[in-house]
Design a protein around this ligand. Structure first.
Ligand SMILES: Nc1nc2c(c(=O)[nH]1)N[C@H]1C(S)=C(S)[C@@H](COP(=O)(O)O)O[C@H]1N2
Ligand SMILES: [Mo]
Length: 334
């Protein structure tokens, strides 16, 4: 099944790939000779995107998630190239440089994996590695990812709404927040061995959302990108994606999701509370103390001369989340 983001105001109208126009577009592409007689699933995907060419050099194997339908020339124009998405990363557990994660994470073990959902729920849940791909219908969603450092990407994620998982666990009425935790395993994650290699973070990396934010249909648990399971540098085997918030909220390699009645501590807020808040909604009106949040560098090709500065939008363009904050003065939150 393919479900596109409901609202992608940042992208040009004629590049939008709403589900309603999808079948049309597919026929058009067929007419142009882009597609074979079969599905979009197979064919020349690897040629079109040179998908995960780095896998050859690494022992880490991604698997096909076969519903991917991204083989179109139109998508290629709007998406950040896969080689950028999987090589320009923030994942401090594997080092603080942008190329550290891809270099240091290729032996990361994701199978077996255990993800626990517990706390203030009627039905605690434990998901093993295979459950991550089978417990829920997977959807493909093209989201913009805006890092607090003022760069951004457009990524075709695969996953399921967190809402579905929460519904299954049945939160108690006392539950108000959701706390997330990344794996803690210093043997595998060199950044966790010392404060120097891990950017001063007190591991494990933790994040949190209000329950209503976590239950919003845009909030995704991602298990893949570009039609494949997640590579380790992007948060294998499962990570959060909250597209209207700065990227640090989208916690990687999650092992615990706990419902609580108190606002949970969050890693970057704990480290520098004057720079990073709990909410961290993308907001061009509220600058970071050390730089403007009014614009961002859209990462596209490797061309250094192509800076691609674009205006940052409120909620990263996902204005449908505004009702969540109708009682808050958003100029007072970072
Ligand atoms: N556990 C963990 N999750 C993390 C981070 C991290 O360092 N550790 N970095 C965050 C930041 S700052 C960003 S911008 C995104 C980057 O996701 P990507 O590498 O898939 O683009 O992951 C977020 N999730
Ligand atoms: Mo980030």
């Amino acid at each position: 099944m393919l479900i596109r983001t409901p609202k992608l105001s940042e992208l040009k109208e004629n590049q939008l790939t709403a589900q309603s126009v999808y079948s049309n577009r597919r026929n058009i592409l067929k007419g142009l000779g882009y597609l074979g007689a079969g599905a979009l699933l197979t064919g020349n995907k690897a040629n079109a995107f040179n998908l995960f060419g780095t896998a050859d050099k690494s022992p880490f194997k991604t698997r096909d998630l076969s519903f991917s339908q991204l083989t179109s020339e139109i998508d290629k124009q709007i998406l950040t190239p896969d080689q950028k998405v999987i090589s320009h990363n923030n994942f401090y557990e594997f080092g603080t440089g942008k190329s550290d994660p891809v270099e240091a994470s290729q032996n990361f073990k994701v199978d077996p994996w255990t993800l626990k959902i517990d706390g203030l729920v009627e039905e605690p849940i434990t998901l093993g590695y295979e459950d991550l791909y089978k417990a829920f219908d997977l959807e493909e969603r093209i989201y913009r990812l805006r890092c607090v450092e003022a760069w951004s990407m457009v990524v075709p994620w695969i996953g399921f709404p967190l809402q579905k998982l929460l519904q299954k666990a049945r939160p108690l009425s006392s539950a108000k927040y959701v706390a997330f935790e990344t794996l803690y395993d210093p043997k595998q994650m060199p950044g966790q061995k010392s404060r120097f290699s891990g950017g001063g973070i007190d591991y494990p990396y933790v994040e949190g959302l209000r329950l209503d934010e976590a239950s919003h249909p845009l909030t995704l648990m991602s298990v893949g990108l570009y039609g494949k399971t997640l590579p380790p540098q992007n948060g294998a085997p499962i990570r959060l994606v909250v597209p209207w918030k700065y990227g640090f909220k989208s916690i990687k390699s999650v092992v615990s999701i706990r419902l609580t009645d108190k606002m949970p501590p969050t890693t970057w807020n704990r480290l520098a509370p004057s720079e990073y808040g709990f909410y961290a909604n993308v907001n061009p009106q509220v600058d970071h103390p050390r730089w403007s949040q009014g614009s961002e560098r859209l990462i596209t090709t490797g061309n250094l001369f192509n800076r691609n500065r674009v205006a940052t939008k409120m909620f990263n363009g996902y204005e449908e989340v505004a009702p969540l904050y109708k009682d808050m003065d958003l100029t007072r939150y970072i």
